[in-house]
Design a protein around this ligand. Structure first.
Ligand SMILES: [Zn+2]
Length: 291
């Protein structure tokens, strides 16, 4: 039997709550049952129960309110943690790092990662870069069935220097192989290496006899430049490839704005006669990304 039970059996107890009036509780045993009546200390019963009711509903209100605030805090904490834990591009493309990288799956709709890239684990980048590659490959595939985009190096999992590249350090760069076709215009993706093309779009050794498929390659450039979310900063190619693409875009009379954007974004860069080197702009919220 506890002390409380003893008190209940022997007479009255005092229930005291902070900042409210004291109430005495008189209990008597009647036909084996305990009956209690409340009596206010210095106040009447009605008044004291009103005060209690008011107090109870107020504390319920505060409890509910603080629970709500706690929940909001938890959500905000989770949210900021998620934002913090997402991929982060730090520094410049040629002197930077990558945190919590997003990974491009080895293959997907309309694309396959080159085996050498997979072996060296260079299929990491910002989520925007990964999404952009997937979006572009899917778009070209929908327009031209059986298209396969060969994806080369992106960044290493934690960014930093990547052998064979000056940039590709901060999760914003990706190398994409050209769409190539054979003499009967059948798609011929080459996986072991990127393939050089001359000003007529002809391939050289070690994969002669193929052609630069200007339709598909332009469709790729268009898909990259018209991505609704990710903005491309530049695409490095050779003079020959740039000329072929812009000539084709003019011939099929693409919208002026798109043509001008392609003219601005397609840059000549030495040693880029066998692939597109695409760099995206710093996405919003990437405070440590340097353009
Ligand atoms: Zn590159």
């Amino acid at each position: 039997m506890t002390g409380l039970h003893v008190l209940l059996l022997t007479g009255s107890i005092i229930i005291s709550r902070p900042s409210t009036v004291s109430v005495s509780k008189n209990c008597t045993r009647h036909n084996g049952r305990m009956a209690c009546t409340l009596r206010g200390g210095s106040t009447s019963r009605t008044h004291s129960s009103k005060v209690h009711h008011k107090h109870n509903s107020r504390s319920r209100h505060f409890r509910a309110k603080s629970k709500k605030i706690n929940n909001i805090n938890k959500i905000q904490h989770k949210k900021s943690k998620a934002e913090h834990d997402g991929p982060m591009s730090v520094g410049k493309p040629w002197h930077g790092r990558l945190r919590n990288a997003a990974r491009l799956a080895p293959e997907g709709k309309g694309y396959v990662i080159a085996p050498r890239t997979l072996q060296r684990r260079r299929n990491y980048g910002l989520a925007e870069l990964v999404d952009m590659v997937k979006y572009a490959a899917r778009t070209v595939r929908m327009r031209y069935p059986r298209s396969v985009l060969v994806v080369g190096d992106m960044s290493a999992r934690h960014g930093g220097r990547v052998l064979g590249h000056k940039s590709h350090q901060s999760g914003r760069d990706v190398d994409l192989g050209f769409y190539l076709v054979d003499r009967r215009l059948r798609p011929r993706p080459v996986l072991d290496t990127f393939v050089w093309v001359d000003s007529f779009g002809r391939t050289k050794e070690p994969h002669p006899g193929l052609r630069f498929d200007v339709e598909r390659n332009w469709a790729l450039v268009e898909a990259l430049l018209t991505n609704p979310i990710v903005r491309v900063k530049l695409i490095f190619v050779s003079h020959e490839v740039r000329d072929m693409l812009l000539k084709y875009a003019k011939a099929i009379q693409v919208p002026q704005a798109l043509y001008r954007r392609a003219e601005t974004v397609l840059h000549y860069f030495p040693n880029h006669g066998d692939h597109f080197h695409v760099r995206i702009q710093c996405p919003g919220g990437q405070d440590r990304c340097i353009p």
